[in-house]
Design a binder for this molecule. Structure first.
Ligand code: NAD
Length: 325
């Protein structure tokens, strides 16, 4: 029997890559989103434009021509980088909680056997530089740095409560910062790796790029193929409770700029300016996801070498269009 999946958020960055992976695994896939993917036609067998803040549209999303799907992947969210997270608190809390309340309820009510929810390491408190690895249980007592993290924590709890009551198999991943080709790279919702690749692509050799904050904040960046592999392995597994997924290579924001500049073959000066930075440091355990055989296959430089040329080509295309008569 062909397995079936509904991917919510299939018009977005990680969702559209996940659809491709599920197709390679032989699934029949319905994609659901407010919008179709921006850069590439969807690989889904069927794509429905629905607003998952509405309970009736959540039910509609799950009633497919192949029946109730074997698996639901919930990646729909009002989402962006630090600039967006700090400027759109109300939209994030309002829209995302509605999507997750109604999707979880609809999935349990219709008897979806397996439900994946995309959470974030934003559920954790800030960490000090050099602090030992934090495991998943470190999310409590809760002290997320921003409202996006609080909403994620609450939505994890919704999914876990429905799992307890209805016996739905729920799998939850807490993603680290994810990047790769076909991710948002401009417009205010882009995250640090895409924003930095764009700034480097626009800068001349010997030029300058602006970095928010003092450049010392420590992060890990996970290439999208590694993320999708973690999502798929986790959803197939028996691993209950939240599971971190992230590249175990931690760098400062300045080091991220240096790596992008080296890949671009440009000498770049960094200018630090005021802007939303978020937490100072991250260091999370991957022991749970690694227990499933998952390993990050894309060190930062390899992932940036695959991402920078794609963003540079988008920048060049936009520059050509802006000078066209
Ligand atoms: P994205 O913005 O590219 O994709 C999210 C998609 O959800 C968008 O296409 C959007 O149109 C859709 N959506 C929003 N509201 C909707 C609604 N009401 N109904 C239907 N669709 C709706 O984001 P992404 O980077 O692909 O992130 C996917 C998931 O992973 C999100 O839940 C996000 O919070 C989580 N996450 C991402 C990262 C990252 O670094 N990208 C890190 C941590 C967690």
């Amino acid at each position: 029997m062909v397995r079936t999946a509904v991917v919510c958020g299939a018009g977005g960055f990680i969702g559209s890559h996940l659809v491709k992976r599920l197709k390679r695994q032989g699934y029949w896939v319905r994609g659901v989103d407010l919008k179709t993917p921006e850069f590439d036609p969807t690989a889904a067998d069927e794509f429905r434009r629905l607003d998952l803040r509405d309970p009736d549209q959540c039910i509609e999303a799950l009633r497919t021509p192949r029946g109730i799907p074997n698996e639901v992947y919930q990646l729909a969210a009002d989402m962006g980088g630090m600039g967006f997270i700090h400027s759109a608190e109300c939209e994030i809390m309002h829209n995302n909680v509605l999507v997750n309340v109604h999707m979880t309820h609809a999935a349990a009510r219709l008897g979806v056997p397996r439900y994946f929810y995309s959470s974030s390491v934003c559920v954790y408190r800030d960490m000090a530089t050099g602090e030992p690895e934090m495991t998943e249980s470190g999310a409590y007592p809760a002290q997320p740095d921003n409202e996006y993290g609080w909403e994620k924590l609450y939505s994890e709890r919704i999914a876990l409560a429905y799992a307890r009551r209805y016996g739905m198999q729920v799998r939850i991943a807490r993603f680290q910062n994810c990047y790769g080709p076909e991710g948002t790279w401009q417009g205010g919702r882009e995250k640090a790796p895409a924003a930095i690749c764009r700034k480097v692509a626009r800068a001349a050799d010997g030029g300058e790029v602006e970095v928010w904050g003092d450049g010392s904040a420590i992060r890990s960046y996970t290439f999208v193929d590694d993320m999708v592999d973690g999502i798929f392995r986790l959803t197939q597994s028996d691993l209950e409770g939240p599971v971190n997924i992230g590249n175990p290579e931690y760098v400062t924001v300045d080091e991220l700029v240096t790596a992008a500049a080296e890949i671009a073959g440009k000498r770049i000066r960094i200018r630090h300016v005021d802007g939303p930075v978020g937490v100072q440091s991250r260091n999370f355990s991957n022991r749970r996801i690694e227990s499933l055989g998952w390993r990050a296959q894309w060190p930062l430089r390899r992932g940036l070498a695959a991402t920078y040329p794609w963003i540079a080509s988008q920048v060049a295309m936009m520059q050509r269009e802006s000078v066209m008569p």
